[in-house]
Ligand binder design. Sequence first.
Ligand SMILES: Cc1ncc(C[n+]2csc(CCOP(=O)(O)OP(=O)(O)O)c2C)c(N)n1
Ligand SMILES: [Mg+2]
Length: 577
Amino acid sequence: MNRTAAWLAVHALEKLGVRFTFGIPGVHNTELYDELNNSEQITPILVTHEGCAAYMADAVSRVSDMVGTLAIVPAAGATHAASGIGEAFLAGIPMLVLAGGIRTDVPFQYQLHQIDQHAFLKPLTKATFLIRDHKEVVPVLYEAHRIATSGEPGPVFIELPVNLQLFPGEAGDLPEPPARAPVQAPAADLLQRAAELLSAARRPGLFLGWGARDAVPEAIAIAEHLQAPACTTLQGLSVFPAKHVLHTGFGFGPSAVPAARNAFGGCDALLAVGTRFSEIATGSFGVTVPANLVHVDINPKVFGANYPAAVAIEGDAAIVLRALLEHLGRKGAARPNDESLQARIRADKRRYREEWYAHAAAGRVNPARFFDALRGRLPDDAIVSVDDGNHTYLTAELFPVHQPKTLIVPTDFNSMGYAVPAAIGAKLARPEREVAAIVGDGAFLMTGMEIVTAVLHRLGIVFCVFHDGELSQISQAQAITYQRAPCTTLGALDLEGAAAATGAAYVRMADDAAIDEALDRAFAAARAGQPVVLDVNIDYSKRTAFTQGAVKTNFRRFPLAQKLRMALRVLKRKVTG
Ligand SMILES: Cc1ncc(C[n+]2csc(CCOP(=O)(O)OP(=O)(O)O)c2C)c(N)n1
Ligand SMILES: [Mg+2]
């Protein structure tokens, strides 16, 4: 079959179930865009910046069964997209990054956009491919998709030289996408040992990451069987329903919310699923992990990386947990309802909220009241994207999440600018769902103009901008450590102007009294297909449990001489200003 590589690539993407690509055309991929434009299945979405394209693609993968796909120009497109590719890489999110490539059929150097894209993207991707021949296009895209979606998922980069896109060539017979390889069953002896450890424990607990997102019923069944409290990582906030009596919240060490801190106090066996015990998940490695750690993950490299596991089980979370539940059942009946544990969790949660309500700052929006009202307006299956900053931890601690994959958040790569484009990607992938973004004003300045894309496609999303005038997550830590906060005060941001500039509606929420009416107006507009900038005059004067815990944990780990030096600096500055 004689075809251009542009045609072949679109054919393969269609076969792989892709419905959207994200990016910006340029001379190295206009041929590809012409074929995308011909496709009945795929809509190419034009973005304002390729970083946003990557965040959108990431969100598509996180909230649906599709694999988020980029169609970008080489070099400048790839470097712009790199933040979103890196986010997906460290978060285990599948992505296809399809970039044009310089001509391979001419002898010239210093071509436009000529860099070694593979060297650049190697540390941010699971694999990179340079297509050399028309025959390779379809099989390479299938292989890229297989790699992106198998094991711990991640981004895969494919460079499609422009000459192959422009000129037809012999492609041979086109294959169908290969069937997925069957997932290995976990070893029975490991399951047996894990079941022994967990059922013998006095106070077992569950720690769940994003890797457990497709194993929620199994995780619930195990928590109930053992009457074990269940906490989550930040990325995994949605993998255990906050409504459940055994749900304790984000984290379990000194940086965790009180319900989790107390419930995991004497934890003597931990079942950790789909988490790598990375820095944020562990509150800067401040957690105390019991020797009896049962660690389940699809990526064996994570075992023992930070905390030794008594039993490490490699495999798909749902399959392993299903089998583990069976082994637990053989060890004995489910434990009776632990009323006192459940009552303590309930009381701790209530007290923590009351602490937040009590911290009232006149003329500002109380974060707990804001999240109460937001949760009250959103159905459980609504999707919320979050950015990176103080608002992230407020969301983690105060916004209950009830269904898997309904809260998406940048975590280990920790890229500001995620929430606005991610909400757009999520709404495109799941138009039937309500979608909101929680974004700091600093992060909004990075990618907020992408709202023009939401307006263009009539995507009714409420972008809740926590407008405090600062890069608060950093300025709070600076205030503690340095008694001053250089370079974290933002210039004045006119959000009404930003809304007008992008074509979004604008709603201001000045204080607690305005919460209900502002949310009603914002969601009414969004339900009619109108993107909305919700300007939240948020009160940031109370610190989250996470920020307090993480600052303390890091400080404690400094060498004594450095602790003294820093403490003296703080004292001196307190006196001299
Ligand atoms: C791309 C990038 N640059 C810098 C940082 C460091 N950083 C982490 S949180 C934060 C503050 C974010 O400010 P804002 O968006 O206003 O959110 P707030 O903390 O005020 O809620 C910064 C600067 C980062 N994570 N990512
Ligand atoms: Mg801010």
